[in-house]
Write a protein that binds this ligand. Structure first.
Ligand code: SF4
Length: 716
């Protein structure tokens, strides 16, 4: 009998620990009771993981052999040819003509090697990740307020808080186990829950208050709250005086933007006179929310893609952080702003610099001292200061021919990026498209000149970091099929074939993790915000046996379990140790409804599907929840545009069209529709919504505005 394996779920940012147990026919997956993220809990997607592993085997979904120009080849040929074509591109068009587009599905060790290869040895700054679509605005918000991209709290805070605010987060569907923990805490001690969301989502099932704000009006709401807290004497002036800069300026801007409850309600599309009857307070809903925020010391604000995926996402994040800083509620038990990420390793990628505007170990690509430090650590001679292209701009540069070679790993931008018709055009024009993937057919793989078979979740060894900064091991329990190999191995072999032999001599992922840990404390005496230096000399056996821990975890700092919370002492990562409140102003989303496109479409996830369905789409029990994409429409709009429940609608935006079955529901507000993000052309020829989305981005974070798309509807 084989042994049980402790590993981590590959889906959402909760990062649940799993135990994989051998059975007579294969394996079974269950929640790991010892993993602090889930304490044995699991959701429908995690429970069906083995279904997807078995389906991949049974239906030949896997990419099992390398291919070059359509011909199956061995690894030697694939590696040599990849290295030769990359070298030729660099020789003819320069180092910056090469780009990598990677994924939050990669493990931290894969991400580390990708970042080191492209920035440190190929010498191009152009690496970005699909995390750009997920939480890039939060990275900007954290850095502006705290001085570093740090989530101050932990999951336990949701359980001990008196008030939990979910804003732009359908926690019940997108982070189900965290929602289970919140629901259990509410049953135990009556946690108040507020949902701020234009839609009535499944998360409203346990909410005391739902504020269906107008799409894009989050800054107005939190500016209104900040102005009201200041006017009513509900800020913590002592904390502000000691630990915060920018309070007066931020409050002045908030007052100018939303001086009173009436103005705030108007900007947010809320009815000030709608009393929160069921609460018996006699107050309006907005005033009730403001009062609760002032009253409950233990308050957590959870925010997610509804905040991030916006042309003003960074400002939205800072408007939330402002309210927590003004009340001294950051990094304290049961208190703090809490960004929950969409992917299992969006945080790990951030830690090793997987975004175009990051370096490694939370260092800054625009800071020459940081760049010099990393250059010396890597012994690289071509690492330059400066940022690379963020996702949308990267594919524009491919379209114009500035980027001549792109290596895409573990992601499907031909479906997931906005304006996918243009992304596909760019890929079709690119002289060299290399794609490493697990499955044999994706919309992106159809454009590849070189296909490299990657090991999948069940076969890979490494680490991931979840939304509470917890690093966990992912462990393999089966061999990769055919010739599939781990991503770190593929990249290291290509790097060596390109001539960078010394720098990529990794024997296994533990070597890479040790190097990553050593870089995190290199020349900083363990004082950088992100630090896992305690692992720098870890033996392979300790790496194999690693139990989940939260960073920072250095020689000087909680060597066993890491830091549960950060900034609770009011000392931040800025140069003067104080947090910064930012003066932000409500702006409307870039694309507005018009006569031609009179409705606003919001996009998001289903409970049982994952990204572009390349994995979850293979499990019958997951598809049973919502077998096809449904366009959710308010009854008044259905009547206005001649749509019938269960009929098919043609959705048209300025960028493309899609077909979807109609679900008439009053969970939608009039004038707004909702469409799921998952379907691709492999699973549904006309249901992919990427082609509808405008390529509008937040100017600071580069994150696309995927939740505010003007559309027109007609019956099909
Ligand atoms: Fe996996 Fe997220 Fe479900 Fe946990 S909550 S089992 S990490 S999908």
């Amino acid at each position: 009998m084989r042994d049980e394996v402790k590993t981590t779920c590959p889906y959402c940012g909760v990062g649940c620990g799993l135990i994989i147990s051998p059975t007579r026919d294969g394996w079974a997956a269950g929640g790991d009771p010892d993993h602090p993220a889930n304490l044995g809990r699991i959701c429908s997607k995690g429970a069906a993981l083995i279904d997807t592993v078995m389906a991949e085997q049974a239906h030949d979904f896997r990419l099992t052999e390398p291919e070059v120009d359509g011909a199956k080849v061995g690894w030697d040929t694939a590696i040599d040819e990849t290295a030769r074509r990359l070298r030729d591109t660099i020789a003819q068009h320069g180092r910056k003509s090469v780009a990598f587009y990677v994924s939050g599905q990669l493990l931290t060790e894969d991400y580390y090697v990708a970042n080191k290869l492209i920035k440190g040895f190929i010498g191009s700054p152009h690496i970005d990740t699909n995390s750009r679509l997920c939480m890039a605005s939060t990275v900007v918000g954290h850095k502006r307020a705290f001085g570093a991209d740090v989530v101050p709290g932990c999951y336990e805070d949701l359980e001990i808080a008196d008030l939990v605010i979910l804003t732009g987060s359908n926690l019940a569907w997108c982070h189900p186990v965290l929602n289970q923990r919140l629901r259990a805490a509410r049953e135990k001690h009556g946690t108040k829950i507020v949902v701020i969301d234009p839609r009535k989502t499944a998360s409203c099932d346990i909410a005391d208050l739902h504020l269906p704000i107008k799409p894009g009006s989050d800054v107005a709401l939190f500016n209104g709250l900040l102005a009201w807290l200041d006017q009513t004497g509900n800020t913590d002036l002592r904390y502000i005086a000691r630990h915060v800069t920018g309070y007066e300026h931020a409050v002045a801007e908030a007052r100018a933007d939303c001086p009173d409850i009436e103005t705030t309600a108007k900007k947010c599309g809320l009815d000030t006179h709608e009393v929160a009857d069921e609460l018996g307070s006699g107050l309006g809903k907005l005033e009730t929310f403001f009062n609760w925020f002032a009253t409950f010391e233990r308050t957590v604000t959870v925010f997610s893609q509804g905040v991030n995926q916006s042309s003003s996402g960074s400002d939205k994040v800072n408007s939330i952080l402002n309210c927590h800083l003004a009340t001294g509620r950051v990094g304290k038990p049961g208190s703090g702003p809490f960004s929950v990420t969409g992917q299992p390793n969006a945080m790990g990628g951030r830690e090793v610099g997987g975004l175009a505007n990051q370096l490694a170990a939370h260092m800054d690509p625009n800071n020459p001292l940081d760049v010099d430090r990393v250059r010396r650590f890597w012994r690289s001679d071509c690492l330059e200061p400066g940022e690379g292209y963020k996702a949308v701009d990267m594919f524009r540069a491919i379209e114009t021919g500035e980027i001549r070679a792109v290596w895409i790993m573990g992601t499907n931008p031909a479906v997931s990026l906005p304006d996918t018709n243009r992304v596909r055009l760019a890929l079709s024009r690119c002289p060299l498209v290399i794609v490493s993937d697990v499955v044999s057919d994706t919309d992106t793989l159809r454009h590849a000149h070189i296909k490299l078979p990657a090991a999948g979740w069940a076969e890979k060894s490494g680490t991931v970091t979840n939304s509470e900064r917890r690093i966990s091991r992912q462990r393999p329990f089966r061999k990769p099929p055919g010739l599939a190999k781990p991503d770190w191995w593929i990249m290291s072999e290509v790097a060596k074939a390109m001539g960078y032999v010394r720098a990529f001599k990794y024997r296994d992922p533990s070597d890479i993790f040790a190097e990553h840990a050593a870089l995190s404390e290199f020349e900083n005496d363990g004082l950088r915000a992100f630090d896992i230096g305690m692992w720098r000399k870890a033996k392979k056996s300790s790496y194999d046996a690693m139990t989940p821990f939260q960073w920072p975890a250095s020689r000087h700092d909680q060597p066993d379990g890491g830091a549960k919370r950060l900034y609770g002492n009011g000392i931040f990562t800025t140069s003067n140790g104080r947090a910064r409140m930012l003066a932000v102003q409500h702006t409307t989303p870039l694309a507005q409804a018009s006569t031609d496109f009179p409705l606003i479409a919001n996009s998001g996830r289903y409970r049982d599907q994952w990204h572009t369905m390349t994995r979850t789409g293979t499990a019958a029990r997951l598809s049973a929840h919502r077998p096809e994409p449904l366009l959710e429409v308010h009854p008044a709009d259905a009547s206005l545009y001649g749509l019938k429940h269960d009929g098919i609608a043609r959705i048209t935006s300025q960028h493309g069209t899609a077909l979807m079955r109609v679900l008439v529901t009053d969970a939608q507000s009039p004038g707004q529709v909702f469409m799921p993000m998952h379907w691709n052309d492999v699973f549904s020829a006309n249901g992919g919504i990427g082609r509808l989305l405008p390529p509008n981005v937040d100017p600071l974070s580069g994150q696309p505005e995927s939740k505010h798309v003007p559309v027109a509807l007609t019956p099909f």
